[in-house]
Design a binder for this molecule. Structure first.
Ligand code: CTP
Length: 396
């Protein structure tokens, strides 16, 4: 939730990943940020300022000694105007300059003069990135409160393999958005979220699982992060990308999830169990692959842990939120779960509709509160559901 239009000053430095900065800017524009680009001289050798001007819809700043408009001194005015400064891609050179107090062009002076948060998204050759000097510079900047979006590993433009590839542009844009979020009502709070399906193995190659994508839980984790919480996401086998700034623990079975949740439960302020946990597992796991034999194969199942029920029994000060996936009698069934599992809130979810629920982008839910309120919500994105949920929790 970002109220007014915020300004992001994007510093572009010279590396082969410069073209990716265009995509970051296009994503930030879609998120309704005002963009002011500063390009270094070498960045402008990779991609012309005109491309950045077209996408940012603003004049690109590059010449430190350009005629200042009226009383404004360019680097000071950009530094003041910025709600956030993002350097993408950030070369070893700009990192080294800032870490050592060198301000000799428009970008380095702006970074030095701003009071806004600064994010570096480095991209460089893997040997350069792992060079002890670069690492020490990064370490120093982190210590002074600068933020880094770590590069990914992979095949680099120079042909080398390793760390140094610019982080993916979607994650960079999301990280910027999260830092500029207005509502920081979960600051200082610890939030644990579970997401995705669990699996129960039948034999070494087969398992039972369900259709959960993990999207609802991941959206909750991202919303909590953006509102300032320290978030731990315990995720079943989801294909979704780990959200930046969230600690993710991957699990596969009901038992794994229970163990990880219990390990962290006492410290938490809010626990949201959005995972679709398997209720049953095969009674007997076969170490050998089950061979095809008779026409019928009977698989005997036995009940597995109800994780949320256990959390309800152990609950002290934590706010406990469950989900109820129902195909009929939505409110009655959800109400029963709220009581049986000793929850504070339950998000009741009708899974019969094809364009909401399990694997879809949207959801249509009713939030039931312990105090007896039932709050039906319109169909909305999972992120908006997450927002409403924390709005309701924070009202108290
Ligand atoms: N849950 C859990 N452990 C289970 C089953 C469910 O922790 N073994 C949690 C889910 O994460 C969710 C809530 O309990 O927050 C309700 O899950 P749901 O599947 O709707 O209900 P169940 O309790 O499994 O009951 P039923 O399947 O009979 O509807």
């Amino acid at each position: 939730m970002i109220k007014e239009k915020k300004t992001v000053v994007v510093g572009v430095t010279g590396g082969i990943a410069v073209y990716k900065a265009l995509d970051v800017i296009s994503r930030l524009k879609k998120k309704n940020f005002e963009i002011n680009v500063i390009m270094t001289e070498s960045a402008a050798k990779f991609v012309t300022p005109l491309s950045f001007q077209s996408l940012s819809q603003n004049i690109v700043n590059s010449d430190m000694f350009a005629e200042p408009r009226a009383w404004e001194i360019q680097h000071i005015s950009l530094a003041k105007k910025a709600d956030l400064v993002l350097i993408v891609p950030a070369t070893a050179n700009i990192i080294g300059k800032v870490a050592n107090g060198i301000a000799d062009d428009l970008l380095s002076t702006t970074i030095m003069a701003t009071k806004a948060p600064v994010i570096f998204a480095p991209a460089m050759n893997t040997n350069m990135y792992s060079n002890a000097i670069v690492q020490e510079n990064i370490h120093k900047l982190v210590k002074f409160g600068y933020n880094f979006i770590n590069p990914a590993s992979g095949r680099l433009a120079c042909g080398d393999e390793g760390e140094g590839k610019l982080a993916d542009t979607e994650s960079i844009a999301e990280y910027v958005e999260s830092m500029l979020y207005d509502k920081k009502d979960l600051k200082g709070k610890k939030v644990l979220v579970t997401a995705g399906p669990t699996i129960a193995a039948i034999d070494p190659v087969r398992f039972i699982t369900n259709r959960s994508s993990g999207r609802m839980g991941y959206a909750i984790a991202e919303e909590a992060r953006d509102r300032g919480a320290e978030v731990l996401l315990i995720s079943g086998t989801s294909k979704l990308k780990a959200p930046l700034g969230v600690k993710v623990v991957n699990v596969s079975t009901n038992e794994d999830m229970l163990r990880e949740v219990l390990k962290h439960y006492v410290d938490q302020d809010i626990v949201v169990k959005a995972a679709a946990v398997a209720d049953y597992k095969p009674k007997q796991y076969s170490d050998k692959k089950i061979k095809k034999a008779n026409d019928d194969l009977n698989l005997e199942l036995t009940k597995d842990n109800d994780i949320l029920k256990k959390l309800g029994e152990l609950k002290k000060e934590q706010i406990l939120v469950g989900f109820a996936a129902e195909s009929n009698d939505l409110i009655d069934n959800a109400q029963k779960k709220l009581e049986n599992k000793n929850l504070d809130y339950i998000v009741a979810n009708d899974i019969t509709s094809s364009d909401t629920g399990f694997a879809s982008e949207d959801n249509k839910v009713t939030i039931l509160c312990r105090d007896g309120r039932n709050l039906p919500l319109e169909k909305m994105s999972k992120r908006q559901v997450a927002r409403k949920l924390f709005d309701i929790i924070s009202e108290k």
